[in-house]
Ligand binder design. Structure first.
Ligand code: RIB
Ligand code: CA
Length: 315
């Protein structure tokens, strides 16, 4: 189920590790009348959990949605030692916007317990879940309550890489590298999953012309998004020989809003969890019956058109 094929808004749970691109993803999701973000669960990833869970609440407040509950989840990966990505997101995790203490407190209860409670109460195959960070929270929930897998009708993840390889090692993408054991649990759960990997996100970047188009849109949301993307570009250019930042996490929400601008192939994804150079690598095997769909291409202009239309509607 995607947002474009429904009458009412698509109910959504988002698990994330804000992170500049997670923050942009949350902005898009919270702006769209086609989506209803029922809960946000934060996980340790780009920066420690105390920051990812604060940053998610900051974005909700700035978007006028302090009512969206944000739950703190796992503070570390399942087995490997923690890794973070301040080089690409800043020490705060959301370089580009002024930090403040959100008025809304963290929702009470652990994110993993909340995922289990919400999914257990749901009808079979009724829930859409986005993962845009290390998959630790959902993996823990699946270990504690395997029956929740049947309640997720569509899982959309930003993870992995195949043709492109990796961005944190030559073979591994950050979200999988940061918790390969969690990714293996999630991919092995048999859930219908659409995977937005580096193969596609590296073809949709916040190029100067696209940023200028967003900057020409009046309104506080457009300015906030441009500030975030510009900060992300500055950090990306410093570490990745002048390249502009890929729209990693926003691709998950844009896929739900406009699946027709993407190309996918049915497959089965597995994860390399043995120690060594390929630790955290995703392997993609063509499989007619899935359960996974690997996104292979996107129309980058249409992608930014979706974002521009949402920002213009808020201006
Ligand atoms: O590799 C890109 C992914 O890692 C994105 O989700 C980014 O936010 C980081 O978490
Ligand atoms: Ca992320």
């Amino acid at each position: 189920m995607t947002a474009s094929s429904r009458s009412g808004p698509l109910p959504l749970i988002i698990d994330c590790d804000p992170g500049i691109d997670d923050a942009v993803m949350l902005m898009i999701a919270l702006m769209s009348p086609k989506l209803e973000v029922g809960a946000i669960t934060a996980v340790a990833g780009n920066v420690p959990l105390r920051l990812t869970s604060r940053n998610a609440r900051m974005i909700c407040e700035r978007m006028g949605r302090p009512d969206v509950p944000v739950y703190a989840g796992c503070p570390r990966p399942i087995l490997r030692k923690p890794v973070t990505a301040e080089d690409f997101h800043g020490e705060s995790g959301i370089e580009g916007i002024e930090i403040f203490q959100p008025k809304a407190p963290l929702a009470s209860g652990h994110a993993v317990s909340e995922l289990i409670a919400r999914l257990c109460a749901a009808k079979p195959a009724s829930q859409t879940v986005i993962l845009s960070g290390p998959m630790t929270n959902l993996a823990a929930a699946l270990v504690m309550a395997p029956e929740i897998a049947a309640k997720i009708g569509h899982l959309v993840v930003m993870a992995g890489g195949d043709q492109i390889g990796g961005n944190i090692t030559p073979f591994a993408e950050f979200n999988v590298f940061a918790d390969p054991h969690a990714a293996a649990i999630v991919f092995d759960a048999g859930i219908r999953t659409t995977v937005l990997s580096l193969d596609v996100t590296h073809t949709v970047r916040a190029e100067a012309g696209r940023l200028a188009a967003l900057a020409s849109i009046p309104g506080t949301e457009a300015k906030m998004m441009v500030d975030l993307l510009a900060a992300g570009n500055k950090l990306e250019a410093r570490w990745k020989n002048g390249q502009m930042a890929p729209m990693h996490d926003p691709s998950t929400v844009v896929y739900l809003l406009a699946p027709e601008i993407f190309e996918v192939k049915p497959c089965r994804v597995s994860v390399v969890t043995r120690p060594g150079a390929q630790f955290g690598r995703t392997r993609v095997k063509d499989a007619r019956r899935g359960p996974h769909s690997w996104v292979t291409a996107a129309d980058a202009d249409a992608f930014f058109g979706v974002i521009e239309d949402l920002l213009k509607a808020r201006a």
